[in-house]
Design a protein around this ligand. Structure first.
Ligand SMILES: Cc1ncc(COP(=O)(O)O)c(C=O)c1O
Ligand SMILES: [Zn+2]
Length: 410
């Protein structure tokens, strides 16, 4: 049995029944899921969580589903990696990476889609759909395959090859749109009105977004039931950023962890940093931009949760950092070389953003810091191709030694 009582408008607080609905009919504000936390507190404990499945579904009581079988490709329960090498370089003694690049479809999107697909099936939909910057397309297609549902996934036509093939392989109807993500999203909002499909990040969005809370729950559990001092997060729409913050606070209010003093650090690439710009201008109003960034997974010029992300920065005493475009690939390379973790553009943004925060003293050496690595580098190899130099040789000792001398000289 789910502990969801209603949907509620985040702007005017009007309540709605639990239906496939994402905006308030009165003020067009976004809707959010409301829970009966007293009922959850009666059933949820650390002991009960520990006995649950080794996936994000160990936190099912805090997810908006009715408890029937989940659409599950085994998302979540990803490693929290202590990063001593990178930490030494950056002067951080207690640095961890939440490695969500190793989810089944290779990004954190499996968390949100697992919830959305489960909810869509409960609502009686037979078709999943989405507007995607790439990773969501892969995840929706994979979950639809698992659930024997149809899938329509819409992406900007200029995505990296690894994301196009990485979505198409699951056999959805993959639609490459000649336009930006924001164009794709606008089109999909129209389609969501015209077709009886579950667009996970449109009409199912309130439920979908809740899946990102598990990124907080897992980190808190993996740290020995505490929230970190700092969380560094890559941001596109702003949804995940706000839900990590919400997740830590839910755990605290249920008595599962102590008081939360996590500072939430938002990172974007300079070529698409509308939320950082608003923060710098000390404004809660995000002015849409036209993205020109190598971090394509974060290329949302008109972020749906921009206002709430800005509030999260303010409430958590966090920061907002825009990383220069050339530092995106450098961040990817740095994490790979120091910790053996190959991330994509979003992770490059986080690692370079983390470096700036450490250098500026926003994060102190002793403070417990978690950097969220949310996508996999094998999907976006184009981004770092110019930084790698494999040796090409003939199959002879002489050829090998000649190539080696050349490499050493370089
Ligand atoms: C790898 C990765 N990280 C982070 C994000 C940002 O998520 P959000 O739109 O919730 O800010 C995305 C969005 O597509 C993504 O693909
Ligand atoms: Zn409203």
């Amino acid at each position: 049995m789910a502990y969801v009582t209603a949907l509620r408008c985040r702007s005017c607080s009007r309540e709605y029944a639990v239906e496939p609905l994402n905006v308030c009919e009165f003020c067009f504000g976004p809707l959010e899921v409301v829970y009966d936390y007293d009922a959850i507190a009666r059933v949820l404990s650390r002991e009960r969580i520990v006995q649950g499945p080794l996936s994000m579904w160990r936190y099912a009581a805090l997810l908006p589903v009715d408890g029937e079988e989940a659409v599950d490709i085994n998302a979540g329960f990803t490693p929290l990696v202590r990063c001593r090498n990178l930490g030494r370089l950056l002067g951080l003694e207690h640095l961890y990476v939440k490695n969500d690049a190793v989810n089944p479809s290779y990004s954190f999107k499996d968390r949100v889609v697992s919830v959305a697909a489960t909810k869509a099936r409960e609502f009686g939909f037979d078709t999943l759909a989405c507007a995607s910057t790439g990773n969501l397309a892969c995840s929706v297609a994979a979950h639809a395959a698992r659930a024997s549902m149809k899938a329509y996934v819409f992406i900007p036509a200029d995505l990296e090859r690894g994301k196009v093939v990485g979505a198409a392989v699951y056999n959805p109807t993959l639609v490459a749109v000649d336009g930006s993500y924001d164009d794709v999203n606008r089109l999909c909002s129209e389609l969501a009105d015209a077709y009886p499909w579950a667009f996970v990040n449109i009409n199912i969005r309130p439920y979908y977004a809740e899946g990102s809370k598990t990124l907080a729950y897992e980190v808190a559990e993996q740290l020995g039931w505490r929230a970190p001092d700092h969380a560094v997060v890559p941001v596109a729409s702003g949804s995940m950023f706000t839900k990590i913050w919400k997740g830590f606070h839910e755990f605290a209010s249920l008595g599962l962890i102590g008081k939360v003093a996590t500072r939430m650090h938002l990172t974007q690439a300079e070529g698409c940093s509308p939320i950082v710009e608003a923060h710098r201008a000390n404004s809660l109003h995000v002015r849409p931009v036209r993205p020109h960034t190598i971090a394509k997974s974060l290329a949302i010029g008109n972020p749906a949760d921009g206002l709430f992300a800005l509030r999260t920065i303010r409430d958590s005493h966090g920061t907002a950092t825009a990383v220069p475009e050339e530092e995106v690939a450098q961040g990817i390379k740095l994490l790979a070389e120091t910790e053996g973790i190959f991330t994509e553009g979003a992770g490059g943004v986080v690692v370079s953003g983390l470096r700036h925060l450490a250098e500026e003293g926003a994060i102190k050496p002793q403070e417990l810091t978690v950097a969220y690595i949310t996508g996999n580098g094998l999907k976006t190899q184009e981004v770092v191709e110019h930084l790698v130099h494999p040796l090409a040789i003939r199959p002879t000792l002489a050829s090998f030694e000649e190539a080696l001398r050349g490499a050493v000289a370089r």
